[in-house]
Write a protein that binds this ligand. Structure first.
Ligand code: SF4
Length: 387
């Protein structure tokens, strides 16, 4: 028999350490900056995520365990412009700052909140995880399965060892970040995937966040030089209108046309069982809109073999096939060791085999790299978020 929810909460409350990403306040209260909620936490209370809590004026944070551990292709995260075909050792802890009804990782993310979500934690050390990554032949170590921002102290402890061992480190995140947490992880995290779940603030509030904070985080990630890829899980009736898809694509192109955008298919999961599974036609429609809005790298996922060229990477300058894929499998890889197209020498943004990295360009819609506050996409989003 597994752990009960209450005994799980008790177990993980012992697997903690003093946090770094917070301020002490009067009367033994604290303010946490690990995610966009920026919880004010009175003494002896938890934050919204339930896994960070104030003990006598000190913020205690998760430490020393994993709730899930698996080795997958990096394409599954998904990253398509970072070491194609490499393996990524993925670990997660427990808890989340959102409560999405369709979460595919709800066993770990909703542990403690949902009585049915009980994933026993397994104690582990950073060194053991790095050794395991090397044994498995992984080139990437990824914090995923729950929201990594809320367990950033532990991720950084692991990633410090991982970077020393030559691994590339990744966050698979909902993007509900803060300037403080991004600065904290920046020396170690190279790859960052954000789930941009909607372009409607009302929908974000249903999931437990705000649109504005996620958009601001995307702008910050680009400005701070993380390699950024975005996923939008298209859910029929939730976020699949032409207008909303276009809003998302326009916003991303306004940050950088080089941001890979993955539109992926929903399958019934967790508490969201009403909508139909996403049809191929919706993926193709969304991918087409992404291209129209100026995104150079648009991918359609979760229905392998059915979306034609939208699984492949092509050179935006000459159209040459650079990476051919079906699902998570690489069929052909033609990016040069200099990170360019072999046919026309165009620079291809990404982190390629051979050690070359090419950053994502600023949007041509803005001047001199100041895409953030003056971006039309961000401005529009801010107006939407405040409405
Ligand atoms: S990680 Fe987010 S939800 Fe958790 S305590 Fe900190 S600010 Fe609150």
């Amino acid at each position: 028999m597994g752990l009960s929810n209450a005994s799980l909460a008790k177990t993980i409350s012992g697997l903690t350490r003093d946090g770094d990403i917070y301020d002490r306040l009067p009367d033994h209260a604290v303010r946490c900056h690990a995610c966009g909620h920026r919880c004010f936490i009175p003494e002896n209370r938890p934050g919204i995520c339930k896994v960070r809590f104030n003990e006598g004026g000190t913020l205690k944070v998760p430490w020393g365990y994993v709730g899930a551990l698996q080795c997958d292709p990096v394409e599954k995260k998904p990253f398509f412009h970072a070491l194609p075909g490499a393996l990524a050792l993925s670990f997660g802890m427990l808890g989340c700052d959102f409560h999405c009804a369709y979460c595919q990782n709800w066993i770990t993310s909703q542990a403690i909140r949902d009585p049915k979500a009980v994933a026993p934690p397994e104690k582990v050390t950073p060194d053991a995880l790095v050794q395991l990554a090397r044994q498995q032949g992984a080139a990437v170590l990824a914090s995923t399965y729950n929201e990594p921002l809320i367990t950033s102290e532990w991720a950084v402890a692991i990633f410090r060892e991982a970077v020393r061992a030559g691994l590339m480190c990744a966050y698979i995140s909902n993007g509900n970040g803060t300037e403080q947490v991004l600065e904290y992880i920046r020396p170690y995290v190279r790859l960052y995937k954000v789930d941009l779940k909607s372009f409607r603030d009302r929908s974000y509030r249903d999931l437990g966040g705000t649109l504005r904070n996620v958009l601001d985080t995307i702008v910050l990630l680009k400005r701070k030089g993380f390699w950024l890829e975005i996923v939008t899980l298209l859910i029929p009736g939730f976020n699949d209108s032409n207008e909303e898809i276009r809003d998302i694509a326009r916003f991303l192109a306004g940050v950088s046309p080089d941001i890979p955008w993955h539109v992926t298919a929903f399958h019934k999961d967790y508490k969201m069982t009403d909508p139909d599974d996403t049809p191929v036609s919706t993926l193709l429609r969304a991918a087409g809109i992404g291209r129209q809005e100026g995104l150079r790298y648009v991918y359609a996922g979760n229905i392998p073999g059915a979306v034609g060229d939208f699984e492949n990477t092509r050179c935006p300058a000459c159209g040459a096939l650079l990476v051919a894929r079906v699902g998570y499998r690489i069929l052909d890889y033609r990016v040069t060791r200099g990170g360019t197209c072999p046919d026309c020498d165009a620079v291809i943004p990404g982190l390629w085999h051979g050690g070359v990295e090419h950053a994502q360009a600023d949007s041509p819609r803005t001047t001199s790299g100041e895409a953030d506050d003056r971006s039309p996409g961000v401005g529009a989003a801010r107006r939407g978020a405040g409405a």
